[in-house]
Design a protein around this ligand. Structure first.
Ligand code: C6P
Length: 410
């Protein structure tokens, strides 16, 4: 992989030399191949897909369904019936909560999630718990974010009917034991919901190998457009679930007082679909697969090593998570003594460096970290790297962090 060639594919990186974008866990940048694919869709075959019987609409439908086929092989699903296009991971998780959780869980059942879930994988389960009476329980990791086998097993009992878990934490970058969790919940006849928002961009996704019943991810974190995401679901489960949203295109036949629904996956795709988004996502998948996840992870690790070790060596900087940089999935979360994370991000912005600061939509984890690790604030700064970031950027970043305290008057 030639990093210069890669960076040249990204107009925003090419046009802004010197700007360091380390907020990739929030959203990635897009290469020209993705931008062109979206433009080409609108320039050459734009029409409302799945409705028209004329050439352009049929072309738009083909483009949309070809993109779905691309996702089938990207996640190793069995068929296109198992791939539902949604807006983002948040919508995907809500779909599972409303369409599976509400109809299948009841008082006496338990929903098990981790304390490091993103709010999008907490609030839907709080809602299901409130409405069905199922109990919501949390797994607490070790101080470095690891969930041990023993800990996980001790949190599961015969009432555990759903486990929700991020494959990779958006704050600590740690990979969670989703495969083991799936085995444990399946033994109870329950379902495994994997939040793949932070794993899909960085590593090979294989829903069968991990035993996911549902797997949610967003296109915009993996080079695709905003507003397109995916919910993978096992066909046998999807078949029995009611639609989440209803309206146009998800029906078979509608009478004044009743309706029957379309076949999978369209049953879950009400209204005009985001065909250009799906086309852009397919182009993003092509781009990632062309480089290969081994190369992607290797470059992320080269950059993460410099950031992680550089920050670790600064005495007044606290770096969280695993002590092995290669277990961070490109994410380094940290604090600086006496400096609020918002101030850290603002000072770094002055150096033309973009990082995220705050609670990262993971407030229960922030609370946990504050208590366990004695954090000064219920917030952190987070540098999140992707394969187009360079070692030079990592070095400049570490030097910039060393200047933050000085800027803030220490
Ligand atoms: N995390 C971050 O900066 P959406 O917004 O639906 O595309 O993704 C939600 C989501 C779900 N799960 C995980 C693990 C995530 O990291 C995110 C998004 C971003 O960390 C924005 S808050």
């Amino acid at each position: 992989m030639n990093i210069t060639d890669i960076r040249n594919d990204f107009p925003i990186l090419k046009d802004n030399p010197g700007y360091i974008y380390f907020d990739n866990a929030a959203t990635s940048q897009r290469p020209v191949q993705v931008l062109d694919s979206v433009e080409k869709f609108y320039r050459t075959t734009n029409a409302n897909p799945l409705r028209g019987l004329y050439e352009w609409s049929i072309g738009a439908t083909d483009a949309y369904e070809n993109a779905r086929q691309k996702v089938v092989s990207f996640v190793n699903a069995d068929s296109e019936e198992e791939i539902v296009f949604v807006r983002n991971a948040t919508e995907a998780l809500n779909l599972v909560a409303y369409s599976w959780g509400m109809d299948n869980l009841k008082e006496g059942d338990e929903i098990l999630i981790t304390v490091m879930e993103h709010h999008s994988d907490i609030l839907p389960w709080q809602m299901v718990s409130r409405k069905t009476g199922a109990k919501l329980k949390f797994i607490e990791p070790e101080n470095d974010g690891t969930i041990t086998e023993e800990n996980l097993k001790s949190c599961v009992n015969e009432n555990t009917k759903l486990i929700g878990m991020a494959a990779v934490s958006n704050v600590l970058g740690v990979k969670n034991p989703v495969k083991l969790a799936a085995e444990l919940v399946h033994a109870n006849g329950g379902v495994m919901v994997v939040d793949g928002a932070q794993s899909a961009p960085h590593m090979k996704t294989d829903v069968k190998a991990i035993g996911a019943d549902f797997f949610a991810f967003s296109g915009h974190k993996m080079l695709g457009p905003m507003g397109i995401g995916v919910l993978y679901g096992k066909r046998s489960l999807f078949e029995k679930m009611s639609p989440f949203l209803s309206g146009g295109e998800m029906i078979e036949y509608v009478k004044r007082d009743s309706a029957t629904f379309a076949e999978l996956p369209h049953k879950f795709e009400a209204g005009t679909v985001n065909a250009s988004g799906a086309v852009g996502l397919a182009a993003a998948i092509d781009y990632l697969e062309n480089i290969g996840f081994d190369e992607i992870e290797a470059q992320e690790n080269r950059v993460t090593k410099i950031v992680y070790e550089g920050l670790k060596n600064i005495p007044y900087v606290h770096v969280y998570g695993n002590s092995d940089f290669s277990k961070h999935s490109g994410i380094v979360t940290f604090n600086i003594d006496g400096c609020h994370p918002h101030d850290i991000a603002t000072v770094l912005d002055d150096e033309h460096i973009a990082v995220r600061a705050g609670h990262h939509c993971a407030q229960p984890l922030m609370e946990f970290m504050q208590e366990r690790l004695d954090m000064e604030f219920r917030a952190t700064a987070r540098a999140s790297m992707y394969f187009y970031n360079t070692e030079e950027e990592a070095e400049r970043f570490v030097e910039a962090v060393k200047k933050v305290r000085g800027w803030l008057g220490f």
